[in-house]
Each structure stands twice: as C-alpha cells, then as structure tokens.
Design a protein around this ligand. Sequence first.
Ligand code: NAG
Ligand code: NAG
Ligand code: NAG
Ligand code: NAG
Length: 544
Amino acid sequence: MYLSTPKALGLFALVGTAVGSYVKSMSSNTREMFTECMDWMDTYYDSDAGYLYDFSAATALRHETRSSAWYALGLLARNEGTDVAEAEKIIQNIISGQYTVTSEEWYGNYQQEPEEPYVGSTVYPATIYGSWDPNWRGFVSTTLILAMEEFSDLLDKKTQKLILASLYKATVGDSYRFGHLDSSQDNLYPSYSNPSIMRAFVSGWTGRRLKESNMTKAGETYAQEIIDLFNEQNTLSEFNSGTYTGVSLFGLILWSKYLPKDSVMTKNGPSMIKYTWEAVSELWHPGLRNMAGPWDRSYGYDMNRYLSLMALWFWPLIGKENAGLISKPETMSHMADYAWGPLFAVLADKHKSLIPKKIVKGLSTFSGEHTFTTSTRSPPFDNAPRNFTTWLSDKITIGAESFDEIVVGGPARSPQSFNPAVIQWDTGSEISFISLFPTEMALDVEVNPLNLTLSYPYGTSASIFTLVVGTFANIRTISGWEDVQGLGVTVSGNVNEAYELSFGGTYGGSSDPIRDFEFWNFTYTMPAGFTGVPTIVLDLELLG
Ligand SMILES: *[C@@H]1O[C@H](CO)[C@@H](O)[C@H](O)[C@H]1NC(C)=O
Ligand SMILES: *[C@@H]1O[C@H](CO)[C@@H](O)[C@H](O)[C@H]1NC(C)=O
Ligand SMILES: *[C@@H]1O[C@H](CO)[C@@H](O)[C@H](O)[C@H]1NC(C)=O
Ligand SMILES: *[C@@H]1O[C@H](CO)[C@@H](O)[C@H](O)[C@H]1NC(C)=O
C-alpha cells in the first residue's frame, strides 16, 4: 500500500516473489546483519511451539512473544525452505494469544510469554510493566504492519485477515492509554517518544486500511502532538539514548515510508529523522564508538559492551566493527535487542535515504574537538527545558544536562538509566566512565574542556553526589582516584573532601551491578550544617 512511485511498486512486486531475492537485494552490510542475526535466532527457534525460546536461557524453556514476531518478519524476508510456513505459524500463535476483552486495560495487547497466566486473574494481578507491558502492542503491531507492507504476497489470505483484525484490537486497546503521574499507572504522554511514535503510526495505518476514519484521525491528532513537541527544539523528548533513539528512529521511518502524502506523519517524519541524526552525528564518537553523554535512558555505560539499537542502525551504514559491536553481538549485555535485526535490515535503505549524505560520510572518523548544545522537554515532568552540553575530544568526552523536574531519575523515574552527567575516556584497555547517579530532582551543570561542575539548586546538607565509575582491566582493586586508569581526577567544590568508596559487583561488594556493569561508587557528602548550593567540580587530565 501507499507506495508512491511506480518504480518502488515494481521493485517490491519483484523481490517479493522470488525465493531469497529480498535478502540478495540488501546492501552487503545490511545483508551481513540480517544473516548473522537470523542464524543466531534460528538456534532459539522451537518449531513445535511456533515460538522462540526466551534468549536469557534463564526461563526453563519458556518462550517469548515479541522476539518471535521479529523473527517471523525475518523468516518472511529470507523466504527459504519452510520459512514462510513457520512465519505464518508464529504470527497465528501470537495473534491467538492477544487479549480480547474490550473492558480490560490490556485489551488488544499481546502476551509476553505464551505460558503466562491470564493477566488480571487473582493469581496474576495486572501490573503495568510487570505482568503486562503496554508498549508491546506497539512493538508487535508495527511488526505485523511491516509484514503486510513488505510480504503480503507471501502471506495466506487467512493470515492477512487475522493480522488486520489483530491490528484493529491493538489500535483500540492502545487508545485506552494516557499518561498519569501516579507511577503505578500508564505513562504514555507524547513526550514518551518511542511508544508514542509507534502508537500514532499504528492508528494512522490501521485506520486507513480498515477505513476506520476515527482511528485515522486519532493517529493524525496524536502525531501532531508529538510533532509540536519535537518542533520546540527539533529534538526527541526521550533524548540521546543508545536504545530508545533507535526505537524512535524505527517509528519515524515507518511514518515516512508507509503512509500517504496527506498524513502529517509523512510530512514531518523525514525532517524529524534528519534533525535526530544531526544530533546523533554530533554526539557519536567514532574513536570511542559511543554516543557521548548525557543519556536520558541508557541500558549501559559503554556501547562497546552492551548491545544498543543505535549500533544496529550504524551497522548497515558503517559496518559492524565500526558500530562498536563484537563479532558475536549476542554475547553483549542487553543482547535481546539484537532480535530487532531483521526489522532494521528491512528498513535500512529507506533509513539511509533519509539521512543527509554528509552525515553518513562523517560517521566513521572523529571530526575533531567540538562542543554541542541542545535542549528538550518532557511534559509534564520538566519544570523547565533540559539543557544539554557535550564536549568531545580525541580520547575523552564530557556531557551533562541541566534539569528541573518533578521526579527523581528522569521522566522514566529510573535512576538506573537516567545519566545526566557522563564522562567517558579511553584508558588504553577499555572505554571507562564516570556517571552521576541521580538522587535529586534538579541539577545545574557547566561543561568545559576537561572540567565539569555539577550543583543541586534545591540541595541541602543531606545531599550526596554519587559518581558511578567503571572498573579497570589493569587494576582490579582500587583505593581511590589515584588508581583510576588513564585519567587524573581532582575534586573540589563545597563537598566534604573525604569520600566513601564502595564496589557494586555480581559476586560481592556493597551493591549489585547497574545494567550488568560492575562499578566503583565514589560518594561525596556535604559538611554538617551546610547551607547554600551543593556543588562539586571535577578537573580532569588525560594521562598516558
Ligand atoms: C468515532 O468517534 C466519535 C467521537 O469520538 C464517536 O462518537 C463514534 O462512536 C466513533 N465511531 C466509531 C465507529 O468508533
Ligand atoms: C534551560 O535554558 C532555558 C533558556 O536559557 C532556561 O529558561 C531554562 O531555565 C534552562 N533549564 C534549566 C533546567 O536550567
Ligand atoms: C574549566 O575549564 C575552563 C576552560 O578550559 C576554564 O576557563 C575554567 O577555569 C575551568 N574551571 C575550573 C573550575 O576548573
Ligand atoms: C553509593 O554509595 C552510597 C554510600 O556511600 C550509597 O548511599 C548509595 O546508595 C550508593 N549508590 C549506588 C548507586 O550504589
């Protein structure tokens, strides 16, 4: 549907029919990503069940719905042997597990695992982001739409009908969502970029396909709210996240590719992708193979060690190794996201066509020392825009954001993933990091070459500054800043000079690792009876 040029129509009609030709038409980097990812997922496929086993290998052979949907799309793209039949089996299974009681908040959602008890039963109470995850409607239904758009010629008419009926339910169920400040309830505000972008798309696409003008209208209206917010600063509200910038880009490509010209999504998607990439290209450090901080939501402290969705977008553009992936990405932290591979491969060419050529060219080599500033806002959580400053040089980056919010831990209320001040540097043996662990609702920052000032405008004598610091291959046990590898750190400000040092480790220490990363916890307290604005200053010197 909605392919605007005859040329595109011809291309897709052609590649859809011949066995294996869809994959052959991919660029070599994209094909490599697709093939390696599918080879890996093949080993998790349980054909008897028609689902993938859970990748964690820690679920006693239970299965997982979302990655099975992604795998099914990959099977359609590969189209060899029994691939298509297996894909239809998976799709039918996933749809038969969809929740269909309209009065329930999880109506139209998909199970997380086919083995789970009924959500909302007395033994399995409904817990949002626990026993059910409202974002899975978006993850699964966008995948079903991709299957319809790219491979409907392979799908049985009966399966196509099931898909459309499923999308109808998912769209209606998603319309039940809206944000609440109470964290036990739903949090879908337009500022929650990644699921809101998917929601607008699914509603807009499904409404047009099923001629449900309410759905079409709801998609357009919601999209406009997202666009208005984006246009304030030309930034995503969920800003600079190795994982979620990747999901938002995915959604914006869907906006740009699969809706007709009269949609606000078709009109705005391409420029939103361009602006997002302008920011990414300023923050991406090809030498350190990381997006410099600060990170609104991160699943790790070093993109060379956790699998980020941005790395999967970089792979088709600059190659696997330059993207910061190891040869077996399934070994990295947060590896379950590797299963996005088939979707990103299917969209890679369209994506590349939407990124300015100059930016793609610049992604492989560090452009030299520079400072990048920008701003964004996540209503209703921000009392003022969050202001970002990042300084990047050859072997070190320093980035921080000022914020004034009504919660601790960023709009997602997750201190473990909100990293408002981050230093990364190359020790020679690893990319290490210093990250402020959020403990306050507001922060003021000043970022300069080789120094960083952090202060708490509403702080008190009870305030603390916790710096999460990476571990080092060459010195396993450290006693203080003097042992930190490759970086001289001098601390000043109005904090107590003495700090507490502890370790967060898998097998011991004072706390668990964060996002799989073991770390040193340097915590500074304030002098007894302190009045004023708690402030800490880090002066840095690259060593060696
Ligand atoms: C469409 O929306 C209007 C206004 O919200 C409502 O009255 C109507 O029942 C809806 N129609 C359908 C088919 O859902
Ligand atoms: C961000 O900058 C704007 C414009 O200078 C300012 O109004 C706002 O208060 C700043 N935000 C924070 C959290 O300091
Ligand atoms: C931080 O660096 C800037 C520029 O390099 C310098 O002007 C300033 O004095 C330094 N501030 C501190 C607190 O070290
Ligand atoms: C860091 O250590 C301090 C004590 O020094 C502790 O209060 C805090 O909870 C620790 N933070 C983390 C993230 O482990």
